[in-house]
Design a protein around this ligand. Structure first.
Ligand code: ADP
Ligand code: MG
Length: 594
């Protein structure tokens, strides 16, 4: 029998593991028959506990939740967590537990070891290979860190698969052969993701993806607590003043939320919270739906943006596939129905679809599942800084991966013999507004301005890991190959969203900045050339021609000092036109002399 390859959904709230057996994907349950493992780790003096046993321990300072939110994120860019966070020696983040600092990679390693153990227990054999899912928005650092956690857990990570792709794979399982474009709507514990994928005879292609890494079931729990606070007559922060363990409040709020997914009302109960008094507050589904208004609007806006990115009308989406535990909330389903103008498709198990999809992908690799091609996309554009400090996009956002793109660059100055290659990620027009993934210098034979030829190629593998190749095409022929390592990445997932938002927000500004930078380059090239030509053969021009050139020159200088994009662009064009005759004479002279 072939070596087993397992599929893992390493979720923020819950994780699961599965495999393809006898041609079907199945999830593997632990000793207690549970297929979902809470993604929590408890660090105690006598050892470590994972999942449900960890939740049963008294948590103070020892229970790490939602480690996925901090993985691959640098200190200073993290978001708040249940435990205090400290900076680790490598500039990353660590959870300050009573047993000392624990990094998100360590915590994930413990979770993955547990999932590996569950699989080995069920399969009764050693497991060494896995496919792990990651959010579509994970950047290089977050992917690398996830992979590292897997490897530290003793798993060879054969592939990282985007969660929506996995969900679509689970959905498309019995629909292969058909052609469909589906939206995957994933509302989990703390994150929201929407993607539009195309399924074509077993080929999956992600058309667009978007989301919010701070929008999920936890926010609904918080709203329930707010309703309870109001309904209990306890104003302001009085609920906190009761000094009830916040974990107990959160657990009860979550229970009420789940009940409201089925019932029209539920009662929030805290019996004898202080030994004497009890709290009982009724919460109705109507109340919840009313206070969820702002959350729903955010979801709606994101869905509409993804539709725009995919250049699709809602009616072109053939199914809105609902996944993630919070997609069970009726008003959330209703919202998806409204945006995509159809009944939402709730055929998939909301908590299990991603793990099943990961298992199918694992089966494809192991050869236990028939051949299906998997395609993914880049969440943000990748490119190189070019002359004038502009971003030159080589791989646009939402490009299907794996992919490879190359372009030729040249030197900006005479006699220049090396070039700094800066690899950028982002959606902004100016290099400085994007993120630098890495930089290195490539040397070449000294050449006049514009004469050196440097080829730069970006290739993204199926795991979303980037390799940059730079080559001096004419000269030494030396290649520099740089693999973008996590340490070089200075970004986090929340910032990804911000990047996309900012690119929209600053769209006009950016366009002006680009126009100015381009016109400035042109001006810097034109002005010295014009002056040199005038000195050489200026005498052959008419007085009017000379006057027009002088005026155009002044206009360019003014445009440069004013920093006005359109002013400068117009002036440069004017100068270009005014010197046409001059340029023609120069050519004539050269021919005559030659
Ligand atoms: P993640 O992908 O973030 O690990 P999941 O997809 O497992 O998360 O979803 C977990 C979230 O789903 C939690 O916030 C949980 O409270 C919520 N959830 C689970 N079941 C229900 C339900 N029946 N009604 C409402 N919310 C639910
Ligand atoms: Mg999930």
């Amino acid at each position: 029998m072939a070596e087993p390859v397992i599929g893992i959904d390493l979720g923020t709230t819950y994780s699961a593991v599965g495999i393809v057996e006898a041609g079907f994907p199945i999830l593997l349950a632990d000793e207690g028959g549970e297929r979902l493992t809470p993604s929590v780790v408890w660090f105690g003096p006598e050892g470590v506990k994972v999942g449900r046993p960890a939740l049963r321990e008294s948590p103070a300072g020892r229970l790490v939740r939602s480690a996925k939110r901090q993985i691959g994120v640098r200190f200073g860019e993290h978001i708040e967590a249940g435990l205090p966070l400290v900076r680790d020696s490598a500039g990353g983040i660590a959870f300050e537990t009573s047993e000392g600092p624990r990094t998100p990679v360590e915590v994930s390693r413990v979770l993955l070891s547990e999932l590996k153990r569950i699989a080995e227990y069920r399969l009764e054999r050693e497991v060494r290979k896995a496919v792990i899912t990651v959010p579509a928005y994970f950047n290089n650092a977050q992917r690398e860190a996830t992979k590292q956690a897997g490897e530290e857990a003793g798993l060879e990570v054969l592939r990282l698969v985007a969660e929506p792709t996995a969900a679509a794979l689970a959905y498309g399982m019995n629909k292969l052969g058909e052609s469909a474009r589906v939206a995957v709507f994933d509302l989990g514990g703390g994150t929201f993701d929407v993607s539009i994928l195309e399924l074509r005879e077993g080929v999956f292609e992600v058309l667009a993806t978007g989301g919010d890494t701070r929008l999920g079931g936890d926010d609904i729990d918080a709203l329930i607590l707010e309703l309870v606070r109001q309904g209990s007559g306890l104003v302001g922060a009085a609920l906190e003043d009761l000094e009830i363990d916040s974990d107990r409040l959160a657990r009860e709020a979550e229970r009420v939320k789940r009940e409201l997914s089925i019932e029209n009302h539920a009662v929030f109960r805290l019996p004898f919270y202080d030994g004497v008094q009890s709290l009982e507050v009724e919460v109705t589904r109507d109340d919840l739906e009313r206070v969820m208004g702002p959350l729903l609007s955010r979801m709606e806006r994101i869905c509409r943006e993804v539709l725009v990115d995919a250049a699709m009308e809602p009616e072109e989406v053939e199914a809105a596939v609902m996944v993630g535990g919070s997609s069970r909330v009726p008003v959330v389903q209703k919202l998806a129905g409204t945006v995509f103008e159809r009944e939402p498709d709730c055929s998939q198990h909301p908590d299990e679809a991603v793990a099943l999809g990961a298992s199918i992908q694992a089966g494809i690799i192991a050869g236990t599942w028939r051949e299906v091609l998997l395609l993914d996309v880049t969440p943000l554009s990748l490119g190189i800084e070019t002359l004038g400090g502009l971003m030159n996009v080589l791989i646009p956002r939402n490009t299907t991966i794996p992919c490879k793109v190359g372009e030729m660059f040249t030197n900006a100055r005479d006699g220049q013999d090396s070039m700094r290659v800066r690899v950028l990620q982002g959606e902004r027009e100016l290099a400085r507004d994007n993120w630098e993934l890495g930089k290195f210098d490539l040397s070449f034979r000294s050449a006049p301005r514009g004469k050196a030829r440097v080829g730069v190629q970006l290739s993204l593998d199926e795991n979303g890991i980037l390799e940059v190749l730079a080559r001096d095409v004419e000269g030494t022929g030396d290649d520099i190959i740089v693999r973008i390592e996590s340490a070089a990445v200075d970004v986090n997932e929340e910032a990804v969203e911000q990047m996309v938002e900012e690119s929209v927000e600053h769209a006009f500004e950016d366009m002006n900045a680009r126009i100015f930078a381009e016109a400035q380059l042109k001006a810097e090239e034109l002005l010295p050339a014009v002056r040199a030509a005038l000195a050489e053969i200026g005498s052959v021009l008419s007085k009017e021609e000379l006057e027009e050139i002088r005026l155009a020159e002044v206009a360019v200088e003014e445009g440069l000092t004013a920093g006005e994009a359109n002013l400068l662009k117009g002036a440069v064009e004017r100068l270009d036109q005014a010197t046409e005759a001059l340029a023609a004479r120069l050519v004539e002279k050269a021919i005559a002399e030659g």
